[in-house]
Design a protein around this ligand. Structure first.
Ligand code: R5P
Length: 282
């Protein structure tokens, strides 16, 4: 099996659901650059996301989709935005707890529709104490999503599950999510990533994880993931914790949409760094 182009899946989807999927993936490359700013829902005011409005504003025009919670959407994103929204709808636990897997569904499908979002996202905690409930939540959300024409993104290997970031575990988590009906899966890059892609029949987007040693390392991660079949990225900290977040996003776009090499993406990054800084929007 291989990850299908999102458009290839349209035959199996209701028009509304297919339309929402198509909003998030470029008609040219069929890939997506999603910007993740949902970390506060369990991490609180994370470094360089203390003021979400200020972090989001300069990045929003360069993202194919914005992943966040409804509280930050309603308070920090202008309703005039054309950027598709991926709404996190799971939560209920914070970093103060030992077990991060005890999540519930925190947003109704009616509110997701009312917010006019393009997808809903929840964490699945395969191999954790709350594996069962998170997988049941996924299945229930898929039922609701199919009814409302709303794609569901399953987020695998989050929190403490990050320690298990190998191909065997991630392939299992992604495949289980797809089997239960997720329309897209977010996971992490790993050695033998092609095995994760091969076993997952829905599009995979990769998260970046905690800030890497350099911007180049994050570009390499994205490049390797796309080369091995990911349909995009859903990245946060390696963009907005960079000293040059807009430049990073533009460099990542070149990789995801134009098959740029890491060297070419670094050139874009360095050109953008050399530009005079623009005033930030508070
Ligand atoms: C984490 O819980 C969220 O799902 C993030 O959206 C995800 O981890 C991507 O962000 P980052 O690239 O910072 O890992």
């Amino acid at each position: 099996m291989r990850a299908l182009d999102p458009s290839e899946n349209e035959v199996a989807m209701d028009w509304g659901l297919a339309n929402r999927m198509a909003r998030m993936f470029s008609p040219g490359s069929q890939n997506s650059v999603m910007l993740a700013v949902d970390h506060g829902y369990f991490m609180g005011p994370t470094r360089r996301l203390e003021n979400p409005r200020a972090t989001i504003a300069p990045l929003l025009p360069h993202a194919d989709a914005l992943a966040l919670t409804r509280g930050i959407l309603r308070t920090c994103v202008p309703p005039s935005t054309r950027t598709p929204i991926v709404l996190r709808v799971s939560g209920g636990v914070t970093v103060l707890q030992e077990d991060l897997s005890d999540e519930d569904i925190t947003v109704s499908i009616e509110d997701a529709v009312r917010l006019n979002v393009s997808a809903v996202a929840l964490s699945v905690f395969v191999g954790s104490p709350h594996e069962h409930s998170s997988l049941v939540h996924l299945s229930e959300l898929v039922d609701q999503g199919e009814g409302a024409g709303m794609p569901v993104l399953a987020i695998t290997a989050v929190g403490k599950e990050l320690e298990k970031r190998d191909a065997r575990y991630l392939a299992l988590a992604c495949r289980v999510s797809a089997e239960l009906g997720a329309h897209m899966v977010k996971t992490y890059y790993c050695d033998d990533f092609e095995k994760v892609v091969e076993g997952c029949p829905v599009p995979i987007v990769v998260a970046g994880g905690p800030r890497l040693d350099s911007d180049q390392a994050a570009l390499e991660l994205a490049h390797n993931a796309i080369a091995l079949g990911a349909k995009g990225i859903d990245m946060g900290r390696n963009i907005w914790q960079s000293d040059y977040p807009v430049a990073m996003l533009k460099a990542l776009r070149s990789i995801v949409h134009e098959q740029a090499t890491v060297g070419e993406a670094m050139d874009i990054l360095n050109e953008e760094k050399a530009r005079p800084p623009r005033a930030t929007v508070a």
